[in-house]
Design a protein around this ligand. Sequence first.
Ligand code: GLN
Length: 300
Amino acid sequence: MSGPADFEGRSVDDVRRKLAATFASRGIDSPELDARILLGEALGLDLTGLIAQGGRLITVHDALILSSFARRRIAGEPVARILGRKEFWGLPFKLAPATLVPRPDTETVVETALKFLRDEKRDSETIRIADIGTGSGAILLAMLSELPTATGVGTDISLEAIETARRNAQKLGLVDRASFIACDYAAGLSGDFDLIVSNPPYIPSRQIGQLAIDVRDHDPHLALDGGPDGLEAYRAIAPSAFGLLTSGGALIFEAGQGQDRDVRAIMAAAGFATNEPPRTDLSGVDRVVVGRKKPVKMQF
Ligand code: GLN
């Protein structure tokens, strides 16, 4: 059931159960959760509101909105795309067609970057961060939310992404410390940065067609496509990042599954020290690679 007539005049509780059953029968992974979120969005109610108003009857207007959401979900569109927002690092991010949906795996980039600064005892310095290919601004803004004295710049080739990231910075109250530039990777940046982070496109071009529908049909291919072997963005970013970093700074990359060795080799070729083991994400995949720009030892 997903047409407006299936919802109109029924109670909130009834619709929620039936929608979850429909989602389950279509093989959707989290049918109850998705039904609750989409129903709540259609009615403008949070979980408490849905429970409190379980007996309320669905109007024609609500039924139309809900049926459009339900059809999109059944066709494979992720809930985050339907809502146009996703939580990352506990913060709300607005999305646009030009931005990836931020992934929980990418929180490992934030964790690694924060740990790097804390280990170096630099987390309360006025450090400067760059996020290459910032999308919705998720990595940069999550970092700035944790580092009250840091400032940062996010770049993205897509103007729509830049506008979305800027809006997110505004909504999160970080606009004074975050700026955004539309450019190819690091092309519009000038140094010095203490930390550069990036979740670049890393899917080999030929594999994009085989990705799950929610990614293949709903994430922007520009943000996914890493060229023939998936590593082109790393080759482009690593040397320019080396030039932009202060000595003692670090470049922290998200890598695709199985790419960590290649990414380390690319970073090493650009001059980075990459002896630290990669950090694993929540699924145990080696996900985040750190390259340090070692301080130059002065010889007198
Ligand atoms: N992690 C994304 C995926 O689900 C890819 C993002 C990227 O290419 N950086 O495949």
